[in-house]
Ligand binder design. Structure first.
Ligand code: SF4
Length: 425
């Protein structure tokens, strides 16, 4: 028996209530099981019961055995003084609250249908399957599956917005600087995310935007602070950037934190070389007095025109300094643009909507994701194999959240698909 299963049983009241009584034989009626407490303290809050005709309002604690109460040290914790019922699988010991009073106990051992226990075992004991419910997935109603994905996608956006709130705090509430740093990190893809983030943190957006339309000065700042100008290269353009960078570095008293060895080129396609990404990022920053403001107001098409801008003339024919390309190089590709909307723009909108308590921004984030093509990756392929194909990036984000945070951890009792399988008779 697992405690998580008992939580599920109590939450949905899936037990036999005939002649319901505490282990002391006192008549018990459950008026309300309470709501799940995700913070510290008892498992369910604001439950309502009647014991021998007397009303009780308070918390409910769940354990496999009543002796677990003492194992978890609740007998010395005042937070458990308002527990009105101890729900256990097996009652093996009388336990008391910190104030010395005995807690009424409900034992569930003989009150849960064996078929429900069997269905639960079948659901989580499934080694070798793509997800625990693979064998039962097709029997779940499509409406439940779609609703689950929607709530998972929203949960994922909220999770990402929590990270943004931390970055915002570090930037003392400056949304523009935060958007700039997040976009930089996104530009580095997974492999160069960290140096890109360091670059943006060491070169504030407020300095970059002072250079307005002067693309070469912006490139000098970015390449210089990245460490790409530390050693001379036999290339006139490289030399001219060094001269500009040395002047600007001194002017702004900049502290360079990166050197060129922090950037990874290995196994990357030339189109993803960090040198080219920095050039494309410089192009976006040219003539851009705001980033966050644009994310808030511009539609996906206008954002694409901006974020997919071509790099400067030199970088249209170079992947790196002194490394030419036969074909003309353009701005970032469609999948990188989608990635920026998914990982930077939409979560920023959600974080902002939450901060100013305006649902419109959260809805806008959802619409942006609905309008993007679904991602294709290892996780979406698992769902496709189960005949559950994502139709947009909102779906694929929901699938990633569901798989990583629920399926992999066997959190099936917290998933609507799982509860639907258990309810299936
Ligand atoms: S978490 Fe939900 S979707 Fe994932 S395996 Fe469990 S029941 Fe299935």
């Amino acid at each position: 028996m697992q405690e998580a299963f008992l939580h599920f049983v109590w939450q949905h009241q899936y037990f036999d209530k005939k002649g319901l009584a505490t282990t002391e034989g006192l008549q018990l009626t459950v008026k309300r099981p309470g709501y799940i407490n995700t913070d510290a303290g008892p498992d369910f809050k604001e439950g309502q019961l009647t014991i021998e005709g007397i009303d009780w309002n308070g918390s409910v604690e769940i354990h496999v055995k009543s002796s677990d109460w003492e194992q978890h040290q609740h007998q010395t914790d005042d937070a458990y003084n308002n527990v009105i019922l101890h729900v256990v699988w097996e009652h093996n010991k009388e336990v008391k609250r910190a104030d010395g009073t005995v807690i009424p106990v409900l034992e569930l051992k003989n009150r849960i249908e064996l078929t429900l226990i069997e269905r639960y075992r079948k659901l989580i004991n499934t080694p070798g399957l793509s997800i625990p419910c693979e064998g039962q997935f097709s029997q779940v109603n499509d409406v439940i599956k779609i609703a689950t994905l929607d709530s998972m996608a929203t949960e994922r956006l909220h999770d990402k917005s929590v990270f943004i709130e931390e970055v915002l705090k570090r930037n003392k509430g400056d949304w523009e600087e935060t958007a700039y740093q997040l976009m930089a990190k996104n530009f580095g893809l997974k492999v160069n995310a960290e140096p890109f983030q360091l670059l943006a943190e060491s070169l504030p957006f407020k300095i970059v935007k002072k250079h307005g339309s002067k693309k070469d000065e912006i490139e000098a700042l970015l390449f210089g602070m990245s460490g790409f100008l530390d050693d001379p290269v036999d290339d006139d353009y490289h030399q001219s950037l060094i001269t500009t960078y040395q002047y600007l570095k001194h002017k702004y008293n900049l502290e360079q934190k990166l050197n060129k060895f922090r950037w990874k080129f290995l196994r990357l396609r030339p189109a993803n070389f960090p040198s080219l990404r920095i050039a494309q990022f410089s192009s976006i920053l040219t003539d851009s007095q705001s980033i966050f403001e644009r994310f808030l107001t511009e539609d996906a098409k206008t954002l694409a025109q901006w974020l997919r801008r071509e790099p400067s003339t030199y970088w249209q024919s170079h992947y790196n300094f002194n490394s030419t390309s036969a074909s003309k190089i353009k701005g970032i590709g469609a999948s990188t643009f989608d990635n920026i909307i998914i990982n930077t723009v939409a979560p920023l909108l959600v974080a902002y909507g939450k901060q100013i308590d305006n649902q419109d921004y959260i809805d806008r984030a959802i619409t942006l994701l609905q309008d993007l093509k679904a991602e294709k990756n290892r996780i979406t392929r698992i769902w496709e194999y189960l005949d559950f194909k994502p139709t947009s990036a909102l779906d694929s984000q929901g699938q990633i959240q569901l798989y990583n945070n629920y399926c992999l951890r066997k959190n099936c009792l917290r998933c609507s698909i799982g509860t639907s399988i258990l309810q299936h008779r």
